[in-house]
Structure formats: structure tokens, C-alpha cells
Design a protein around this ligand. Structure first.
Ligand code: SF4
Ligand code: SF4
Length: 180
């Protein structure tokens, strides 16, 4: 039968020499390689007990930001949704009512804000497009899930804890992105 490529090599059928038949040199050679690796620096870590620092350019789960008074920064302008190449962001805008000035920074806010994590490619364009510093990508990895529904993140999952009412949770969330 004609060979498909010229890369095949004929197998050597020569009888083994005495050294090859006793296998000891081959075993010794293998042990030298094994022991050599025992004294080298381990390239792996014991995850999840140990973790490595993220790259400075790592982009993880989005966070909807609040201002220093705990008010939501997002004004539902839609620029992030327009900038998103994966069309992962949807929102519904609402007018701020009287008495809600402590909840929403602007007169218009996002009553519903959703990111489809199955579509998101973590490019960071939503963060760059936002004129209100209302969204940023943290160093938190999006958890995996077997259910598609659980990967549509709403305001409950995305909104950062309130710095006024939940200072500890807020500090922890900010810790995930120290340069913010
Ligand atoms: S990170 Fe990129 S893909 Fe993900 S929501 Fe933002 S703009 Fe869309
Ligand atoms: S996150 Fe920023 S860009 Fe997106 S709707 Fe809110 S204010 Fe506009």
C-alpha cells in the first residue's frame, strides 16, 4: 500500500545487545532524570490553597460601582451596551423619584441591568465606554455553572456593596481591584 506521507521510519529489527537486554542502564538513566526533577523548583502550585497573583491586565467579573455616599453611579445611558461587541448587556432605565436622591446619583438610573456571562468575552470595552465610572472589571473570576439562567447576572450580582451601610463588604470588594 502506498504511504500517505514520507515521514514513516522502518522499525529496526536488530537483536538487542547485552546491555540492552539487562535494562539496568536504561533504568539508571530514568532514575537520574526522576531524581533530577525532585530538586528542581516546582512549576505547579497547590491550588486552591495557594494562588498566584493575577496579571496586571487581567479582566474578570464586572462590578457596578457606587459613589462615596453609596449611591448607584449608573445613569442607564446605554453606552456600555452599544460598545459591547458581544451584545451581552441589557438594561431598563427609570426616572429617579423624589426621596431617592440617596440611592441614585443621577436623575436617570438602571432599574434593570443585566450582563449575559455566556456571551461576555471580558474585553473591558464596557468599562472604557462608561462616562460615569459606573462599571469596571474586577479580579474576580466568574464562577462556572451548569445552568444557563444562573449566568445572566443582574444588579444583585453586579452591584458593589454599599460603602455606607456595608463598609466591610465594600472594602473586601474593592480589595479585588486595588487601583480603583
Ligand atoms: S467585558 Fe466586553 S464583552 Fe463583556 S460585557 Fe463588557 S463590553 Fe461586553
Ligand atoms: S454602566 Fe456606564 S455606560 Fe453603562 S449604562 Fe451605566 S452609566 Fe452608561
Amino acid at each position: 500500500m502506498q504511504a500517505l506521507t514520507q515521514r514513516s521510519k522502518p522499525v529496526s529489527r536488530e537483536p538487542m545487545s547485552l546491555m540492552e537486554r539487562i535494562y539496568l542502564p536504561a533504568i539508571f538513566k530514568g532514575m537520574v532524570i526522576t531524581f533530577g526533577h525532585m530538586f528542581r523548583k516546582k512549576p505547579t502550585i497547590n491550588y486552591p490553597e495557594q494562588t498566584r497573583p493575577f496579571s496586571p491586565v487581567f479582566r474578570g467579573l464586572q462590578v457596578l460601582n457606587r459613589d462615596e455616599e453609596g449611591r448607584e453611579r449608573c445613569t442607564a445611558c446605554g453606552l456600555c451596551a452599544v460598545a459591547c461587541p458581544a451584545e451581552a448587556i441589557t438594561m431598563e432605565a427609570a426616572e429617579r423619584k423624589e426621596g431617592e436622591e440617596n440611592l441614585y446619583r443621577e436623575e436617570k438610573y438602571a432599574a434593570r441591568y443585566e450582563i449575559n456571562m455566556l456571551r461576555c468575552i471580558f474585553c473591558g470595552l464596557c468599562e472604557e465606554a462608561c462616562p460615569k465610572d459606573a462599571i469596571y472589571l474586577s479580579e474576580t473570576v466568574t464562577p462556572a455553572s451548569f445552568a444557563r439562567k444562573e449566568l445572566i447576572y443582574g444588579k444583585t450580582e453586579l452591584l458593589i456593596p454599599n460603602p455606607v451601610t456595608e463598609p466591610e463588604a465594600f472594602a473586601k470588594a474593592r480589595e479585588a481591584r486595588k487601583d480603583r
